[in-house]
Write a protein that binds this ligand. Structure first.
Ligand code: SAH
Ligand code: SF4
Length: 340
């Protein structure tokens, strides 16, 4: 049996047509799932009983198990258990512009970035679309308000699970689904070049962020093994095509690791690399973890780095560090749990 939250509107329309029903039933059902938030198919009143019975035969409405919630003033962190016992996490953040959630896309991650907790835990499997959708539904249920922004930056490499992630985007973006505006959705990738090219043709105005973290291949090879497969130049070439097709500004994430990639010359090299591209750089002070030896850059160095980028007329921000008290960096809650 399939989980109903896995279905895009097109898939549901096909399903209804396939059982001899009108396709607008898909919209009716979406409204029960995402507006009225039913817990049982029996709550549906405007679809006839034989059809509801058929739905019950074909689909489950199963939710995720919330194992643990850590709460802070501006951040909640959720640990979920999936049907097979696998663990994933989501982080909710409150901003002045709204409420964002960072969702996981895989159980573990195979990219093996040296600084990342998620990368220490090898990929067990991809998440199905419904398992990502349900992270949102469970968190909205907990906070009793609507989430306005979604970033796919939790555990996993979203472009290593392309189909489920793009289905997830279709479901949450749909006006009768969770109705999250596409400009409020961001996918972050470590730089899987063929998927960046495929994403350029994905017909939704979703933001793309690329975890660059180093301005040259030598340094990037050291901290991100995926760079052996896709070099910085390949990524840049793919992004130029992406930009030509979508006209959307690209975000580069740059984690600040003390003594590794935070020197002034690194900033200058980064500016040369990004020159002429419509982009913006998000500097991420490293969130230290117990299991990894890297240290967060000193504040002075972060500010110097920031100034150099700014002087080069490239948009730049320093990511606000919330959540470090409650192990909000990617993969931390899960790995803490697995040590118990
Ligand atoms: N796999 C995708 C998305 C998930 S990781 C990617 O790599 O882009 C999301 C972001 O969190 C990445 O930019 C990653 O480099 C960053 N990250 C991982 N561990 C971190 C840590 N300990 N502190 C701060 N950022 C971290
Ligand atoms: Fe995977 Fe992203 Fe972590 Fe790298 S930073 S190991 S790609 S989750």
């Amino acid at each position: 049996m399939k989980n109903i939250y896995d279905m895009t509107i097109e898939q549901l329309e096909d399903y209804f047509l396939g059982i001899g029903e009108k396709k607008f039933k898909a919209l009716q059902l979406y409204s029960w799932l995402y507006e009225k938030r039913i817990n049982s198919f029996d709550e549906i009143t405007d679809i006839k009983k034989v059809v509801v019975d058929k739905l019950k035969e074909d689909f489950t409405l199963d939710k995720l198990k919330v194992l643990k919630v850590e709460r802070d003033e501006l951040v909640n962190k959720y640990l979920f258990e999936l049907h097979d016992g696998a663990l994933v996490e989501s982080v909710l953040m409150r901003h002045d512009y709204g409420t964002s959630i960072c969702v996981s896309s895989q159980v573990g991650c195979n990219m093996g970035c040296k600084f990342c907790e998620s990368g220490r835990l090898k990929k067990v499997r991809d998440l199905q679309a419904y398992e990502i959708v349900l992270q949102l539904l469970e968190v909205e249920k907990d906070i009793k308000e609507r989430i306005t922004h979604v970033v796919i930056m939790g555990i996993g490499e979203p472009f290593d699970n392309y189909l489920n992630v793009t289905n997830f985007i279709k479901i949450i973006n749909h006006p009768k689904g969770l109705s999250i505006g596409s400009r409020h959705i961001t996918v972050s990738t470590s730089g899987i070049v063929p998927k960046i090219l495929e994403f350029a043709d994905f017909p939704y105005q979703v933001n793309l962020a690329v975890s660059l973290h180093a301005p040259n291949d030598k340094l990037r090879d050291e901290i991100m093994p995926i760079n052996k497969a896709y070099k910085i130049k390949d990524i840049m070439d793919a992004l130029k095509i992406y930009y030509k097709k979508t006209n959307r500004r690209i975000t580069f994430e740059y984690i600040m690791l003390d003594g590794i990639n935070d020197k002034e010359e690194n900033a200058q090299e980064l500016c040369r690399l990004l020159k002429g591209l419509n982009c913006y750089v998000n500097l991420i002070p490293y969130n230290e973890t117990n299991n990894i030896q890297y240290k967060r850059s000193k504040n002075d160095n972060i500010l110097k780095f920031y100034d150099i980028i700014k002087k080069n007329n490239i948009g730049v921000t320093i990511r606000r560090e919330f959540g470090s008290n409650i192990s909000a960096a990617c993969g931390q809650l899960r790995s803490k749990r697995e040590e118990l």
